[in-house]
Each structure stands twice: as structure tokens, then as C-alpha cells.
Design a protein around this ligand. Sequence first.
Ligand code: FE2
Length: 382
Amino acid sequence: MTSAALATPVPANSARITPTGVCVSLPDGREAYFNAYWLRDNCPTSFDRQTRERVFDIFHASAAPRAASAHVHDGALEVVWAGENHTSRYPLDWLASYAAPKPRHDPADLPRHAWYADHFADLGRFAFADLMNDPARVAAWLRALIVEGMAIVTDMPDNDDALVQLVAKMGHVRPTFFGQYFDVLTHAVPTNLAYTAKALELHTDTPAEDLAPGIQFLHCRANTTTGGESLFLDGVAVANDFRVSNPEQFRLLSETAIPFYCEHDDYDMRSRQTVIELDAHGEVAGLTISQHMADVFDLPQQFLDAYYPAFCAFGRLLQDPKYVMRFRMNAGECLVFDNHRVVHGRAAYDAASGARHLHGCYADRGEMRSRYRALVSESRFK
Ligand SMILES: [Fe+2]
């Protein structure tokens, strides 16, 4: 027996015990099967109302859970358990939501909206003060980041604390091996291309970490130099197009993990990532791409006969002007973007022509989605 509906009609408000569980008629007339372990584990009394955590421990059940009696009463299935002094009561509407094996509804599981080079005018813009004072604006900001992967926060105060306050509206600062916060300035002895005035090719950040940080914040504190335009593109848009035009090469890039590294005097960070990242639906969720941090590919040389052309075809497509937004960051703006999706770079600039200072940090995508769910949906425990 499975949870699928039975072909024969069943009497309303009926329940019957099977060797491994209980069959019950649902409000829509279907009969659905529920496993006895599942029922016992998920008795409403298994969950503590205060901590909202499961406090029943099925690992310590002395025998397989077995219903001694089961019947429908007042819109709920009532089960008396054999061998223990316990009755469970399950609302039928709640049971119906688990009758088919599908993931629980997730308000943060939103379809992505792919965007192209002309997107700059339509980018979501949110004033810092509004985000500090209005939870509805925070929800709209997080929704924009989930759907489009990028938004601009405007009117940021010109101090380090503004970024601390902004990240707190989403979650917590996620440290990397650069620390909690970083400053993009020209360094006298650079350890990273970002700290020079040279062009910075299109990339996602810190691919050498096991789990590269999810959301990146870049608070522009000053930008009076000549040159240095920001380059941003939607990796989802490029990969979706690549999937259509080069399906076999898309498969190689989404299935093959390649090595990335970040190495200097006192660190040697390494990871393996697929260039194209798919989500649980098989849709493109984002990219990991960085030529300056891609390690020497240690894959079979014959495999590289196919992989390298795919890698290069995709890298060329990333640079197609139809995808790349070019714009100038202004002091007081903070770019917030999904580091697993939005590929970014910078044109070279003249370091002697003025000041250029970006103050940045990262946060987790999981925490962002958590905050979004909490803002837009009812808790199960209310
Ligand atoms: Fe970067």
C-alpha cells in the first residue's frame, strides 16, 4: 500500500488499521495511507509549543508503533496506541497536506527572473532608512534578492556601522578567510587582484571555500576615480541560454566539479565546485566561476578534450555584451547580490585620479530565505 488514493470509493469519516499503519478517508473523499512510525513521531504532542522543537524521541520506542484503535471524529483522526497510554489526534486537513509525497510548501522557493544588460534601470532599489523601519520593505528587498539575485540599497550613511545594521535585517555577517568585513582599496602589496587598479575579470567570490558565501554586500563609500565601472551579469540568464544552445556542454559544466584555490603565505584554501549549480527542481540556481582562482584542472586529459571547449564556450558567452550591465557605483549605494548567481567584475581605473573605496561583507543565502519566510508566512506553531 502506498499513499496514493485507492480506486474504490471509501466511506467518509472512516479509518482502518493495516499491519504497518492506518488508512483514513480524507475530506476530498480519497483514502490515504499513513505509516505508523510517521504518525507516532508526528503526534502534535511530540512538539514543544515553547521551543517549537520535537521532544518525542522515536529512537527510544521499545517496539514498532502499532495502532490499537483508529477512528475519525470531529474532523480528525484519533489513534490509540497499543502498549502505551497515549492517544494521538491529527486534523484531517493537516493529514491531507502530507498524503502525497511532495515537499512542504516553501514561500522562499520562488521562480528566478533572468535579466540582461538593460536591467540596470529596473533593479530593485530600497532606501536604507525604509529597511531600518519597515518590515514590509525588508520582505520586498529579500524577495528581490531571491527572484532577481540583486538589489541596490540607497542613501546609506557614510560609516562602517551602516553595513552592520543592514546585514542584521537579513541575518548575520558570514566571515570568510578575509575576516568579517573587507575594504576594496588599492593596496601597496596586494594579495588579490581586487586590491589593485587593474581590470577584474568576471567572477564569483571566494570559490575556493567549501561553501562560498551566499550574499555579498558592497557599500560604496567613495568613487571619484576615472574608470572602474562595475560589471554585473545574471549567471542564471547566461546558463539558461547555454542550456538551450549547448546542452551537452551544459551537462558537463553542471555535473563536473573542478578545483579552485586561494593560496598565499599563511593560507591554502581549496575546493571543488561545478561551474553551473542546479537547484532541487533541476533549474539553474547559479554559477561558480573565477579564472584567477581556478586551479590547474586535475581531470583526465582525454576528458578535458570535451570539458575545456565547454568551459571556454561558456566563459565567452558570459562576456557577451547582451548580458553585462555596466554602471558606475556611487558613494552612498550598497550593492547586495547573490554571490552564487551574480557574476561581477570591474573595469580598470586610474588610481591617481581620485578615491575608490568599497566596504563589504557577506551573509548566508539560507539565513536570507529564513528571514523572508518569517516575514511573509504564518508560523506552524501559532
Ligand atoms: Fe568580487
